[in-house]
Design a protein around this ligand. Structure first.
Ligand code: FAD
Length: 460
């Protein structure tokens, strides 16, 4: 441990000489803010934090870290839910907080070029001002950054119609573990020269390279959006409502589901939701005004047939934003309701959604925990929360998490729909991938990072 610390501090000194001492932090108190993220992973303080102001400076940091064999953990907004930005083996945290330039928004090419520290919500505003649209919208959009979004392949409610971050990454400038700068991908929307390397880097959780510039595909902004709320008497009925919307031939841009506890929590945060709802579907439709109006009718009929107690349409941007604010704050609000909470993220085939929801309720009851599930039902992506107050139940929560992962795999699903593996879910990855695929992943890692300095202790 001491040798590791000494080596990290020697590397930090060398970084200071190369890019300026003011860019290096070694003061223990100041290092605290680089220790944790928004997951259940215990924070771990790095030996140093480095805040480069350019891609070239970031490359210099990586070169020096490689020479000293010191771990480097990239960090963007620090909102990750799987421990990705936590420097579990100490070393250097490389923060993207000064890499915040939106370099270009090109209306004709429908492309944005950004640095990794740009906050997602800021990019949304900048492109929407020009009538353009960048669909990925994790609920953390006010504080997560594009670097973290690409590294986690972030999704969000709109992924159902528009896909996740990987669908929008055209080109990446990457600093390798050795400190070389490479560009993978292409600026035009089409291009098939060579292997699809952006696909390898997107979702690599900071373990294969450091992104310093990201070229993203944009879309024209949809002219009209409507939000629809449908309360249901129970969760399975809401699950059937999801199927009914799809069976009616609609692809809403958002198709979310919430159980009773989530509905109560959203209501307690000030959203005007109908009393008595034990489950809720939140759907959003976009397109031309006439098209959206027609789709609303079809969706209403489908939901009615599935047993919705009423259909409410949020009129106007203020009402929609109030609803979305409550939805975005849901995870934190659930956290406030009990002294302990773990949250998980799984995805199952949509046809298994109702069965999964029912079995999740049983898992919570079996382990004497309070369960709360919401999620992007259109994608089969569920956020499963277990809450408790009695510290004696900590072990039950671990067992409930393991049971949830087993359930996801039994349903032919995945242990992570969008939050990634990081350090928190490593123990479940082998069950999903099997030894052959695990070895393949480790081979990629060895090829790109032979010294194992990029975000060690994560993913594979
Ligand atoms: C309230 C809340 C709601 C959320 N909702 C959603 C949601 O709806 N959908 C969803 O997908 N996620 C959601 N998340 C999870 C989280 O916001 C996303 O995973 C997000 O993409 C993380 O971005 P970040 O900038 O905070 O990354 P960080 O937490 O800083 O880092 C995440 C990972 O990215 C790596 N990384 C960071 N920068 C770089 C870089 N420049 N190059 C290479 N690797 C890098 C880090 O090493 C780490 O492994 C939510 C989180 C919270 C707290």
């Amino acid at each position: 441990v001491t040798r590791g610390r000494d080596r990290a501090l020697r590397a930090a000194l060398a970084v200071g000489r190369a890019i300026g001492e003011s860019r290096v932090i070694t003061d223990e108190e100041l290092l605290e803010r680089f220790a944790g993220d928004e997951s259940d992973q215990e924070p771990v303080q790095p030996h140093a934090a480095v805040i480069p102001a350019s891609a070239e400076q970031a490359a210099a940091v990586m070169r020096i870290a490689s020479e000293h064999s010191v771990p480097v953990t990239p960090r963007a907004g620090g909102t990750g839910k799987s421990g990705g930005a936590v420097p579990v083996q100490g070393g250097i945290v490389l923060s993207c907080e000064k890499l915040t330039t939106i370099k270009e928004i090109h209306e004709e090419d429908l492309v944005a070029v950004v640095e990794p520290g740009v906050v997602l919500g800021r990019l949304h505003e900048a492109v929407e001002e020009r009538g353009l649209f960048y669909p990925p919208d994790p609920a953390s959009l006010e504080s997560c950054c594009l670097g973290g979004n690409v590294a986690e392949n972030a999704g969000g409610p709109r992924a159902f119609k528009y896909g996740v971050t990987s669908h929008y990454v055209l080109r990446l400038e990457v600093v390798t573990a050795a400190g070389d700068m490479i560009r993978v991908g292409h600026r035009p929307v089409k291009g098939v020269a060579g292997y699809d390397l952006p696909a390898l880097f997107v979702g690599s959780e900071g373990t294969l390279g450091l992104f310093t510039e990201i070229t993203l595909r944009l879309l024209p902004g949809p002219p009209h959006v409507s939000t629809l709320l449908a309360p249901f008497p129970d969760l399975p009925a809401a699950g059937r409502g999801v199927g009914a919307i799809l069976a009616a031939g609609l692809i809403p841009r958002v198709l979310e589901i919430m159980d009773a506890r989530c509905v109560d929590t959203v209501r307690s945060e000030g959203a005007a939701l109908p009393p008595g709802a034990a489950a809720l579907i939140l759907a959003e439709l976009d397109g031309s005004e006439a098209g959206v109006e027609a789709d609303l009718q079809v969706a209403g009929t489908a939901l009615d047939g599935a047993g919705a107690s009423e259909i409410l349409v949020a009129s106007g941007p203020v009402e929609r934003e109030r609803l979305w604010k409550a939805r975005r704050d849901l995870s934190e609000a659930l956290g406030r309701s009990h002294s302990h909470k773990i949250s998980d993220d799984i995805a199952v085939p949509r046809s298994r959604l109702v069965e999964t929801l029912e079995r999740l309720e049983s898992i919570a009851a079996d382990h004497h925990l309070t369960g709360a599930t919401f999620g992007h039902a259109g994608d089969g992506n569920l956020h499963v929360n277990f809450m408790w107050d009695d510290p004696g139940l900590d072990g039950e929560a671990d067992a409930a998490r393991a049971a949830t992962m087993r359930l996801a795999l039994e349903m032919d699903g995945t242990v992570s729909g969008e939050h990634g593996i990081g350090s928190v879910k490593r123990q479940f990855l082998a069950d999903e991938l099997g030894p052959g695929v695990l070895d393949l992943g480790r081979s990629f890692k060895r090829l790109l990072d032979p010294r194992g300095i990029l975000n060690p202790g994560k993913l594979y």
